[in-house]
Each structure stands twice: as C-alpha cells, then as structure tokens.
Design a binder for this molecule. Structure first.
Ligand SMILES: [Zn+2]
Ligand SMILES: [Zn+2]
Ligand SMILES: [Zn+2]
Ligand SMILES: [Zn+2]
Ligand SMILES: [Zn+2]
Ligand SMILES: [Zn+2]
Ligand SMILES: [Zn+2]
Length: 380
C-alpha cells in the first residue's frame, strides 16, 4: 500500500512543512479507534502513526519518533521493528509515507462523547466537525453567568434552559429582569410595584411597595423611630408616642450620655455639642416651668395676704361697731324716758345683730383663709 505513495527521498532534517499538503495531516487528539491494523502502528511508540514515515525495511513510524531516535548517534540505530529484514537507520533513507498518512485519516473512531451516549463512528478526519455539533456534547447552561453550574448534553440543553432556576424572567409588576429562583424573593422583599400591607400593621392594607415605603418611613403612626439621642448612645426605639415619652422622662439619662460622650470624644464631635445644647435648652424649658409654678404660688400667697387684710378690716369694723354700741348704751343710761329707752332698745337690738353677723363672718374667713401658715403656703 505504501508503494507508489512514497515521496522522493528527502532528509528528515529538511523542512517538511514546505512539501507537506494539509490534506495528509494527521488529525489532532487521541480518539478511541474501533479497530486498528498493526500496519498503522508506530514501531517506536506503538501508537497510531502520526505524520507517517517509512524505513528502507518497510516499517512505519511517526516522523517525530524517528527524528528523536536518530538524534545523537544515527549510524548505530537499528530499525526498532526488530525483524530479520531490518536495517540500520539512516536519516536520508527514511521517507514520508503519504499513502499511510491518508489512510490513517480515514480510520474509523468513536465519538469522544460515547460515554455521554453517542453511538457515532466517524472517520478520524471528520471527528472534530462531528463533535462540534454532537447531540451528546456536554454543554453549559446559557445562564452560567447568572449562577447556573449545570452542564447537560446538547440535545437536553434547551429543555434545561427553559426550566433553569437561573433563567431571567421579566417581573410582571415592575418588568425588571429577575432570575427565576429569586422571583418570589423579589416580590416579597424588593419589587416596588408589588402590593404589600403596612409592615407595622397600622391598618393600611394595600399599596405598591413604592407607596408603602413612603408611608411607613414618613407617615405611619406605628413606625418605630429612634430616640433622637441615638447618636450619643441612646438605644431606645419605639413609636413616636413612646419616643416622646422617653425623651420627656429620660432627661437625666440623655444629659449623662451627652456628658460622657463629650468627655470621650474630647468635645470634638460638633453633633454631640449640638445635642448637648439642645438638652440644655430642654433644661431651660423645665426651669421656666418651675418658675411659672413658683409665680402661681406667689400669687396664691398674695391672695392669702389680701384675705388676711380683709379679715383685719372686718375686725376694725367690728371694733368701730363695738365702740358705737358702747356710746349708745351710755346714752341709754343717761335717759330715763321709757319711751326713749324702748326706741333705743330697738336700735341696740339691731346693732347687736349686726355685731353677731360680723363675728360670724370673721370666723368664716378665718376658717377659709389660712392664717399663720398651717397649710404650708407661707414657705413660699
Ligand atoms: Zn511513534
Ligand atoms: Zn524494520
Ligand atoms: Zn457524537
Ligand atoms: Zn441552567
Ligand atoms: Zn418587580
Ligand atoms: Zn403603617
Ligand atoms: Zn433616648
């Protein structure tokens, strides 16, 4: 078979590329051959001959195998086939075997994806083209960028990709492209056009997340807010009402935090200073309140003073009345006239009644208006 296909004798050391036609080139790779005649095996490496050459004794080998064999000591190398007819190898007596090269290209091989299920047997030279489109070629899912690590044979790829967990889908609410397996999460936690209810259960039941965020960050009466002194270390959070109460009741705590923070930061934090000033403002407010109370107490005390003065006036009147009574009694003593006595007696009766009612009033005033500080007002 090699006869007539041998090239004219040429040295292995000459440039073989210049005369070799690509049509004779041995295909790349190490496919699984279905059956291989020994005549296509290299006498040096025992593999399929690549870029076949032939010796004077008719044995075949790879161009590279002989080239290496002849390096160093070419005159002493016997043909490795080791047969009776074998000869010592000489570089210029080894020829390129284009016939063998052509036949090797046509050797039937299994598809590399035999283990994946491909039953194809193709000429070696066609293997690469077959494998490119082989139905059993392991293929990466096109959503590998999205995180799918799955590899399936080409014939199953479409089915996989259609149901792939990582496939991109348009959200039917916001139209954003979302990985299939994250869609539920997107709707539950992120989609701005998906309807949700207020997370603080204030009663607002249904609005798009976009609207609801606006609601629960700015308007919701039940949204938890931080104590405005959180920047100086207060951890309190609660509804607006809770926080308002907290700020009213924890003035000392906040002052303490502020002082501690100021000490820690060496007063370098302008914010802390600002907060401190704000707190001092509150202290001033409280002081004003106290001042207001003190004023009210003073007014009350003044009222009592005027009440006392009233009592004093009444007492003076009583004294004056008594003096008048005495005068009248003296007049009565001086007058013997019965009739006059009767008339004056009537006048005296009226005066006595007046006297009695004034005394009653004094007693009442003394009971109502505390005199002498029994109930503590006098301490202000
Ligand atoms: Zn070889
Ligand atoms: Zn030989
Ligand atoms: Zn195949
Ligand atoms: Zn996939
Ligand atoms: Zn969406
Ligand atoms: Zn709400
Ligand atoms: Zn606080």
């Amino acid at each position: 078979m090699a006869e007539g296909t041998q090239s004219s004798p040429s040295s292995l050391s000459s440039n073989p590329q210049s005369t070799r036609l690509p049509i004779h080139q041995t295909p790349a790779g190490n496919p699984e051959f279905i059956t291989v005649d020994d005549k296509y095996r290299c006498v040096v490496c025992n593999g399929i001959v690549r870029e076949a050459v032939q010796t004077q004794c008719g044995h075949r080998g790879c161009e590279q195998c002989f080239s290496q064999l002849l390096q160093g000591n070419p005159k002493q190398v016997m043909c490795p086939a080791g047969e009776e007819s074998c000869v010592y190898l000489k570089e210029n007596e080894i020829f390129r075997d284009f016939g063998a090269r052509r036949e090797v290209r046509l050797l039937p091989v299994y598809c590399s994806f035999k283990t994946e299920g491909c039953k194809e047997e193709v000429p070696w030279k066609n293997l690469q083209a077959h494998e490119t489109t082989c139905s059993y070629k392991p293929s990466k899912c096109k959503f590998s960028q999205e995180g799918c690590q799955v590899t399936v044979v080409l014939k199953d790829l479409q089915t996989h990709e259609e149901g792939c967990l990582f496939r991109l889908e348009a959200c039917s609410y916001c139209l954003q492209e979302i990985k299939h397996h994250l869609m539920q999460d997107h709707l539950e936690t992120a989609c701005l056009e998906y309807d949700i209810s207020c997370p603080f259960r204030c009663g607002v039941e249904s609005a798009t997340r976009r609207m609801m965020i606006q609601h629960y960050t700015n308007e919701c009466p039940r949204r938890p807010i931080e104590c405005k002194y959180n920047s100086i270390g207060c951890k309190f959070t609660g509804s607006k009402e809770d926080v308002d109460n907290h700020i009213r009741n924890e003035l000392d705590h906040h002052l303490e935090l502020s002082v501690r923070r100021s000490a820690e930061t060496g007063l370098k934090g302008a914010q802390a200073k600002e907060r401190t000033q704000e707190l001092y403002g509150q202290v001033a407010e409280v002081q004003q309140l106290i001042a207001g109370n003190v004023k009210i107490m003073h007014e009350a005390k003044e009222n009592i003073e005027s009440l006392k003065k009233n009592i004093k006036d009444v007492k003076l009147k009583v004294v004056a009345q008594t003096e008048r009574l005495i005068t009248v009694e003296r007049k009565i003593d001086k007058l013997a006239d019965q009739e006059t006595q009767n008339r004056l007696g009537g006048e005296m009766h009226i005066l006595k009644e007046n006297q009695s009612s004034i005394e009653t009033r004094v007693t009442q005033l003394e009971r109502a208006g505390p005199v002498g500080g029994q109930n503590g007002w006098s301490s202000y």
